[in-house]
Write a protein that binds this ligand. Structure first.
Ligand SMILES: *[C@@H]1O[C@H](CO)[C@@H](O)[C@H](O)[C@H]1NC(C)=O
Ligand SMILES: *[C@@H]1O[C@H](CO)[C@@H](O)[C@H](O)[C@H]1NC(C)=O
Ligand SMILES: *[C@@H]1O[C@H](CO)[C@@H](O)[C@H](O)[C@H]1NC(C)=O
Ligand SMILES: *[C@@H]1O[C@H](CO)[C@@H](O)[C@H](O)[C@H]1NC(C)=O
Ligand SMILES: *[C@@H]1O[C@H](CO)[C@@H](O)[C@H](O)[C@H]1NC(C)=O
Ligand SMILES: *[C@@H]1O[C@H](CO)[C@@H](O)[C@H](O)[C@H]1NC(C)=O
Length: 458
């Protein structure tokens, strides 16, 4: 735990003060998530409530005698959480403490039932993470029942023992809840951790404003900042804030995440600036049947055949000067690329010689999916690839003719490259050990929605 503390402290020091553009992302934690927390939270709560009770001191004769008391077991049969609109959360729990009292002459066992109600305020903390704080905590104890025991226990002692246990637990139970909430806050703090996006680039989420809390959900407005070589990427346009409709996506899921177009624009800008989208297409350079060769091209462009009487390998240098444009229409995500392709030949002295260059336009359909904490993409070509000659060192080029050769040869490597890159995925907002499960991705006009379950790995 202290490790996490130190990590957070370090992060705080490293946090640059950035007022980069908003990349609207909304994370909605729904009621189903509270049921899940109630389920998985019982065991940790039971463990936390198994506190140490100091011995009871009472006068017997002239002596102050200690009576040892031990909590043998804690059962939490009910744990319920619900949202308090505009405020935070209410926790309601019932617990049975099985307590052993080492009284003389024989020990006895008691079961002490408790009902606990605690309210917690959820707010945005100073380091832009969600912070939970207990505002009220009231444990209520019922009469203890004696499990076994003997007639020899004096009723007076029983009364004293119960009074003592209740007084101790009243304090300790609320302290336990506070400690659990402290741990939770440390975990929530990991939201602002940096996650890699691509080569030399990272993403970090932070909470922009106070959470919105209704009876149905708690919504966090989260901003993503993307970094290239440690520098934040700033988008020129976009100032409109992103509003996620309600309900949206699949109902009844634990989490609903809305990702605005701005986020994707920013990620693509980052990948383009990082040069991650550029690639060189080469065939098997030393293979005998490398289809990327000057003799194949020479059949279409006479000047190539003239300059290269012997077949030489070709290289296609694909460069994305313009940022790809992503468009979200209901059920459709498309990516528009305008790569610049330079066609080079290896000459006899193994230098590269530029033959011609092409401006290419291609539309890709983008399928999105979620695995663990990452949003991944797969693309496929939509329609045709459009080619235009930008420059030529080999005279006239019939675009129609080179289309088949260059278009087909360049399409697969480009898709493989993009899919490898998008397959690595972008980290979604998350905290340590929390994963998205059974996620569905919906594409709407201008934004993407992820409806998902959550899984906490202890
Ligand atoms: C807890 O205590 C209550 C009251 O004594 C009892 O009715 C209930 O069965 C107990 N539950 C468990 C799980 O021991
Ligand atoms: C009460 O029960 C516990 C086990 O449940 C046993 O260890 C203890 O001796 C019993 N005490 C009496 C007084 O019967
Ligand atoms: C308690 O005392 C009564 C009578 O004094 C006796 O009948 C009973 O067996 C005792 N019970 C125990 C558990 O010792
Ligand atoms: C050149 O490419 C064509 C197909 O485009 C292929 O049939 C031929 O084997 C290749 N030649 C060499 C020498 O790689
Ligand atoms: C959306 O995608 C479907 C299937 O992929 C396609 O038939 C349709 O034309 C697309 N619509 C738009 C507006 O791109
Ligand atoms: C790509 O899609 C846009 C918008 O639908 C369209 O205007 C353009 O002609 C398409 N380009 C290609 C190469 O298909």
């Amino acid at each position: 735990m202290t490790g996490v503390h130190h990590g957070l402290g370090l992060l705080l020091v490293l946090l640059p003060t950035v007022s980069a553009s908003s990349t609207g992302t909304v994370v909605r934690i729904n009621r189903a998530a509270l049921s899940y927390v109630s389920d998985v939270g019982k065991v940790p709560l039971q463990r936390a409530l198994k506190v140490i009770v100091p011995p009871l001191l009472d006068w017997r004769g002239e002596m102050l005698q200690p009576t040892r008391i031990q909590i043998l077991d804690v059962r939490v049969p009910h744990l319920d959480l619900k949202f308090i609109a505009g405020f935070g959360l209410r926790l309601m729990a019932t617990a049975n403490f099985t307590i052993k009292v080492f009284c003389i002459p024989e020990p006895l066992e008691l079961v002490l039932p408790m009902t606990l109600t605690a309210d917690a305020h959820v707010a945005r903390g100073p380091i832009r993470t969600p912070v939970v704080s207990i505002s009220t905590c009231s444990p209520l104890f019922s009469l203890a029942s004696v499990l076994n025991g003997s007639n020899s226990t004096s009723p007076l002692l029983l009364v004293l023992v119960q009074k003592h246990i209740k007084a101790v637990l009243s304090n300790k139970v609320c302290l336990c809840i506070s400690n659990l909430v402290q741990d939770l806050n440390i975990r929530l703090g990991t939201l602002i951790g940096l996650s890699p996006v691509g080569p030399e680039s990272q993403i970090r989420y932070s909470v922009v404003s106070e959470p919105i809390i209704t009876d149905d959900y708690i919504a966090l407005d989260v901003n993503a900042i993307l970094f290239l070589l440690g520098q934040p990427i700033v988008l020129p346009l976009h100032s409109a804030s992103f509003v996620l409709p309600w309900p949206v996506g699949t109902e009844g899921v634990m989490a609903t995440v809305g990702l605005s177009q701005q986020l994707f624009d920013c990620v693509l800008l980052l990948l383009q600036k990082a040069g991650a989208l550029n690639l060189d297409v080469t065939g098997e350079l030393n293979s005998d049947d490398n289809p990327l060769n000057t003799s194949a091209l020479g059949r279409l462009i006479p000047e190539v055949a003239r300059q290269f009487p012997n077949p030489m390998p070709l290289v296609l240098k694909v460069h994305l000067g313009a940022t790809p444009v992503i468009t979200f229409h209901t059920h459709n995500a498309t990516l528009r690329l305008q790569p610049f392709v330079e066609v080079l030949a290896t000459s006899s002295n193994s230098d590269f010689q530029s033959l011609f260059s092409l401006e290419v336009a291609v539309n890709l359909s983008l399928q999105l999916s979620v695995s663990k904490v990452k949003l991944r993409g797969v693309t496929s070509v939509l329609g045709d690839i459009r080619l235009m000659v930008a420059a030529s060192n080999v005279g006239f080029i019939d675009v129609e003719q080179v289309h088949t050769l260059v278009g087909t040869l360049f399409q697969k490597p480009l898709l493989d490259h993009l899919n490898a890159l998008l397959g690595m995925g972008i980290a979604l907002p998350s905290v340590v050990n929390l994963y998205y499960t059974n996620s569905e991705v919906f594409v709407y006009e201008g934004y993407v929605v992820i409806s998902s379950g959550l899984f906490y790995q202890r």
